[in-house]
Design a protein around this ligand. Structure first.
Ligand code: MSP
Length: 669
């Protein structure tokens, strides 16, 4: 069986994880889960970088022993990763004894190789970066990343002959074009190598916190030299020969673009000096910004991943980050966009599709779908989707992988609109077609569920359960199970909406709550009990906040009475598509419309449009309806809702329409 060993950067523990550090872990988790889905024996390593000076200072500020402080932080990190469904196989902490053994062994090996020497370092040091800063890299005397003045230090240090490895590194880059990805990072590092390298300090003198240099206990190993070694410690370097033989070298180190240089220059040179194999690849992802700034604890632009997961769910957060940010480039997080994507991708598109197949299967075929007349066009769409998804995921184009699945989901929703199962259900001679349409829709949802397992694991498991997948999710395999299965009856289970639609945010933003919490508070359209059956089933959004003062109605000076914000929120305005239209006998004004409002079955609305629109001109149009108007009887028929149109007194109505229509069921605000 083939193997895959991937790692993320290990986080500093001087603050809780933020959405930027969580982004890295989520995307690496998607890759790890994808590899497992492919049947590859996967080892996914994460951990914590605990020997930084900031950690020591923070612990002291709190009157704690640094190790006790780290233990507390380690628990907090683990809790956040569990909440985000991160499936690491090993979690290393650099304060563990196994790591001390490995670091001291590697320092000794490099020294024995003649690549360490003693000298004096005099220059700038940024504690937040934990990096020595050449004068030329400062901007107005400040660290360009943290915008703080670095410390000036002068001390005896041990130096690593990094400069001696320049040619070997250039040769490695030439022989392994895929060593550093994406291409722009590779070009950046190649330029740096071509300019030449300087030797680097690998120790700090007189520091109380860190791993002692084995041949000079008055110094500790510089935190980066210590931290990089974690990747090989965790697979047994210095402690377990068989484990190391099984997993080293790593297939990919996933790290942020700010630390690519450490991973693509310093780390490979260290491994060369220690006589160890180099990792096959380093992938430098971009930054997640918040309000245009790099998300960072020290800059006060951090968003709390737990707050984001609590608001709309861990899976919606995972999908947002994976689908919205081109992997390798920078991206932006905003609460507004997060809510927008939640409504579009989950509530309206995927959630609606899962609800529809559940309701239609129950209503029209007693909950069991079975093929009856050869597969329709969705089978080919699913095959194309699988090919595109696999190519994208293999190349770590995670955003393209997610987009491929969404093409299948949208095509399936469109297929329902085209085939109109509700019409087929009224035609007994078309029972086989109805059976096949419902089977195909359920099968397309099943394929999408398999492909979504790496991205939204809890929700995908629930979707698969609802469409009758009987294989345990962990045993599903891409080749076998994401291929179209043309046969076999399935029992479809109905359930609560997976992602209730959000109401619009209050007109007045909530009071600011500090840098980790500032956000508008959405309101779910209806309470959402967690789906039954799965331990890590998708979470429902948090409950609504109290109304703000802007919700209090003020009397209007003239014209119609004013309504409160709450009153407005009671009106369910939705996009709908006209499926059929006909004149109402004996009425000059009324048209009878059959519309798809994103529900299990179409609804009938009688609208006063006959003087302005021919029935044929209505079919296929996207319109806006009031969906929660109580049913009314007109001309002996029941009308369910109202169509929005504008008109002047005595003039003809003009339909409210869209330039770029959203799918049926989309909320209008
Ligand atoms: N401890 C070092 C890494 C040592 S690895 C041998 C470190 N820690 S960190 O906590 O500052 O960052 C951890 C990871 O999160 C890094 O890969 C970093 O690039 C990434 N990110 C930090 N902020 C980020 C964003 N705003 N967006 C995306 N990734 C971000 O560096």
């Amino acid at each position: 069986m083939s193997r895959f060993f991937l790692t993320t950067a290990i986080d500093y523990v001087n603050g809780r994880p933020h959405l930027g550090t969580a982004y890295e872990k989520i995307t690496a988790d998607v890759i790890a889960r994808y590899k497992r889905l492919c049947g590859i024996d996967t080892h996914f390593l994460m951990g914590l970088d605990e020997h930084s000076l900031n950690v020591y200072r923070k612990a002291r500020e709190q009157g704690l022993d640094p190790k006790a402080y780290c233990d507390g932080m380690a628990q907090q990190f683990r809790d956040v990763w569990a909440r985000l469904d991160i499936s690491f196989d090993d979690f290393i902490r650099t304060t563990e004894p196994r790591h001390k053994v490995a670091v001291q062994k590697m320092v000794e090996r490099i020294q024995a190789n003649g690549d360490l020497y003693e000298g004096v370092y005099e220059g700038w040091y940024c504690v937040s970066c934990e990096a020595f800063k050449p004068e030329k890299d400062l901007v107005d005397g400040l660290c360009p990343i943290h915008r703080t003045k670095p410390d000036w230090i002068r001390e005896k240090n041990h130096f690593f002959r990094l400069s001696a490895y320049r040619d070997a590194l250039l040769a490695h880059f030439a022989e392994h074009p895929g060593f550093l990805r994406p291409e722009n990072r590779r070009n950046e590092i190649l330029r740096l190598l071509e300019e030449g390298l300087e030797d680097i300090s690998i120790s700090r003198a007189g520091q109380p916190w860190g791993i002692p240099v084995p041949y000079d206990p008055s110094s500790v190993v510089y935190v980066w030299f210590d931290a990089l070694i974690n990747y090989i410690t965790a697979v047994g370097y210095g402690t377990d020969v068989a484990l190391k033989a099984k997993w080293w070298p790593a297939h990919v180190h996933i790290v942020g673009k700010d630390i690519t240089r450490f991973h693509a220059v310093v780390w490979p040179a260290m491994l060369m000096a220690a006589g160890e194999a180099l990792p096959r690849q380093v992938f430098g992802h971009g930054w997640v910004h918040f309000k245009g700034e790099k998300m960072s604890k020290s800059l006060g632009t951090a968003v709390d991943p737990l707050e984001a997961a609590d608001r709309l769910g861990a899976d919606p957060l995972r999908l947002y980050l994976v689908k919205e940010v081109v992997y390798g480039g920078d991206g932006d997080f905003s609460w507004e966009r997060f809510e927008e994507r939640y409504n579009a991708d989950l509530a309206n598109n995927l959630g609606n599709l899962v609800s529809r197949i559940g309701s239609m299967a129950e209503r029209y075929v007693g909950g069991v779908v079975a093929p009856a007349a050869g597969p329709g066009p969705l089978a080919a769409v699913a095959a194309e989707t699988l090919a595109a998804y696999r190519a994208a995921m293999d190349a770590f184009a995670l955003h393209d992988g997610a987009a491929a699945v969404y093409r299948l989901i949208s095509a399936t929703n469109e297929y329902i609109a085209q085939t109109e199962p509700w019409t087929l259900a009224k035609q007994p001679d078309r029972a086989a077609t109805l059976q096949q349409v419902l089977f195909d829709v359920a099968e397309a949802v099943r394929v999408a569920g398999v492909l979504l397992l790496p991205i939204i694991p809890g929700s995908a498991r629930e979707i698969l359960r609802r469409v009758g997948e009987t294989t345990e999710p962990a045993a599903l395999r891409l080749d076998r199970d994401a291929a179209w299965r043309p046969s076999g009856a399935r029992t479809i289970r109905k359930g609560d909406p997976l992602w209730p639609r959000l109401e619009a945010a209050p007109a007045t933003p909530p009071p600011a709550r500090g840098p980790m919490t500032e956000s508008p508070s959405p309101t779910p359209a209806s309470p959402s009990p967690a789906p039954s059956g799965a331990a890590s089933a998708p979470q429902a959004p948090a409950a609504a906040p109290a109304a703000t003062s802007a919700d209090t109605a003020a009397p209007a000076a003239s014209g119609p009475a004013r309504i409160t914000f709450d009153d407005l929120m009671k009106v369910d305005l939705r996009a709908a598509k006209v499926l059929a239209a006909e004149r109402v006998p004996k009425s000059a004004k009324l048209l009878k419309l059959t519309v798809d409002a994103g529900e299990a079955a179409p609804r009938t609305i009688l609208a006063g449009l006959a003087e302005a629109y021919e029935p044929e001109a209505m079919v296929g149009r996207s319109i806006v309806i009031v969906a929660n108007l109580a049913p009314r009887k007109m001309m002996g028929m029941e009308s369910n809702g109202m169509v929005l149109a504008g008109s002047v007194e005595g003039g003809k109505p003009e339909l409210v329409s869209f330039v770029d229509p959203p799918p049926p069921g989309a909320q209008v605000r």
